[in-house]
Design a binder for this molecule. Structure first.
Ligand SMILES: NC(=O)c1ccc[n+]([C@@H]2O[C@H](COP(=O)([O-])OP(=O)(O)OC[C@H]3O[C@@H](n4cnc5c(N)ncnc54)[C@H](O)[C@@H]3O)[C@@H](O)[C@H]2O)c1
Ligand SMILES: [Zn+2]
Length: 356
């Protein structure tokens, strides 16, 4: 059994363990960082039937007392009401400040269980056990936790780093192709930011065969940005590559398209706009399109510039009259391009297929 360990250095250092067969080792791996205690395992209705028993049995064998809370799978559950149910469950189970929460699932589970951990009794420890590729390479690392409110996604939450991240790559075998590819979009984003090796793997279409390496490079890349900007005030904005337009697409589509799919389109559009503005090496967009298509990701959408602009301007987290866009210089290096929001329409226009 091979395991890759990536140490994340920030306000509290922790390890991300990536490997095969880790779910059945949960008890031992948690015991390395926490004394036996009561553990509230939070999971969703898709993941729990597949993996909860294995994780609970392993925790019990190591002397922990697991209890579980399962909520209906899907983004619609990432709300204040389910979050309150988790807090109530922890209280009913009499979890104390020396007990633990384990988030077993995708990004929805990790974000919500993480926020419960950050706030229950003013904060208890938690362990992330990401089971989707997106959760493994993105949401489980970096300490951002959140729930959605009617005014927007992820508007309420906290920064709270986990005690450990345990990522069993075998869990990806039960993901649908669509959810797996959705996670690939974020990995390709890390490739465009700084990893030629990731781009090589995705260009060859061999992500599944190299999944441990893909997750390891992706986590290391995210960790590099998080370590230098834990509270998201500067450098971390590079992780938004493809996200300004991607979020606009998500919003315009009323969240019926998956996040990674929208980011894929957003990356293509910003690369094409970058070529139009002479910021991006000619040919970059074409290369990126080929990589995304090899991984069954979309490269365009039918929304008009006006619709996308409305979607981009509706971003509740947008601040001021300037907007910082992350633009590829070429595949493997990006730059920040700050423009007045009034220019965003022109950039979206340049990003559309008809412009080249
Ligand atoms: N905190 C952060 O920094 C951060 C970063 C990126 C995304 N996010 C959040 O992450 C969420 C998206 O993550 P996601 O795509 O993992 O969503 P998700 O948790 O809804 O998982 C996607 C689907 O896959 C299922 N699933 C997960 N693991 C499975 C497995 N091993 N086998 C079978 N089915 C499985 C889930 O039940 C769900 O239906 C969004 O809410 C987003 O806001 C947070
Ligand atoms: Zn994203």
């Amino acid at each position: 059994m091979s395991t890759t360990t990536i140490r994340v250095h920030c306000s509290r250092d922790y390890d991300v363990l990536i490997g095969s067969g880790l779910l059945q080792e949960t008890g031992k791996l948690v015991e390395e960082v926490h004394n036996p205690c009561k553990v509230a395992i939070v999971s969703d209705s898709n993941v729990a039937p597949l993996y909860l028993d294995k994780v609970a049995a392993s925790l019990s064998a190591a002397g922990f007392t697991p209890v579980s809370f399962v909520f209906p799978a899907g983004e619609a559950s990432k709300n204040l009401s389910v979050y309150a149910d988790i807090l109530n469950f922890c209280a009913e189970q009499r979890l104390t400040r020396t007990d633990l929460i384990v988030a077993l699932g995708g990004g929805v589970t990790g974000d919500m269980a993480g926020f419960a951990a950050a706030s229950y009794l003013r904060g208890i420890e938690y362990v992330q056990m990401p089971t989707s590729l997106l959760a493994a390479v993105d949401s489980s690392v970096g300490g951002k936790t959140a729930v959605d409110i009617p005014a927007g996604k992820n508007l309420v939450g906290a920064f709270m780093q986990p005690l450990r991240v345990i990522c069993d790559i075998d869990a990806f075998e039960t993901l649908t192709e669509e959810v797996f590819h959705d996670g690939c979009a974020e990995c390709i984003k890390y490739g465009v930011l700084e990893s030629p090796r990731l781009l090589e793997i995705f260009a060859e279409g061999t992500a599944k065969e190299n999944i441990e390496e893909v997750v390891a490079i992706s986590v290391q890349t995210k960790a590099n940005y998080v370590e230098n900007d834990e509270f998201d005030t500067g450098l971390r904005r590079y992780l938004n590559l493809g996200h300004t337009i991607g979020h606009a697409i998500e919003r315009t589509a009323n969240f019926t398209l998956m996040h990674g799919h929208c980011v894929a389109i957003g990356m293509v559009m910003i690369a094409r706009a970058g070529e139009g503005l002479y910021l991006t090496e000619p040919g970059t967009t074409e290369k990126l399109i080929r990589i995304l298509e090899t991984n069954e990701l979309p490269i365009s959408c039918d929304f008009t510039t006006e619709e996308l602009l409305d979607g981009a301007l509706a971003d509740k987290k947008r601040k001021g009259d300037l907007i910082s866009l992350i633009v590829p210089k070429h595949l493997g290096e990006c730059l920040t391009h700050t423009v007045p929001v009034t220019e965003l329409g022109t950039i979206i226009d340049l990003g559309k297929e008809t412009s080249v």
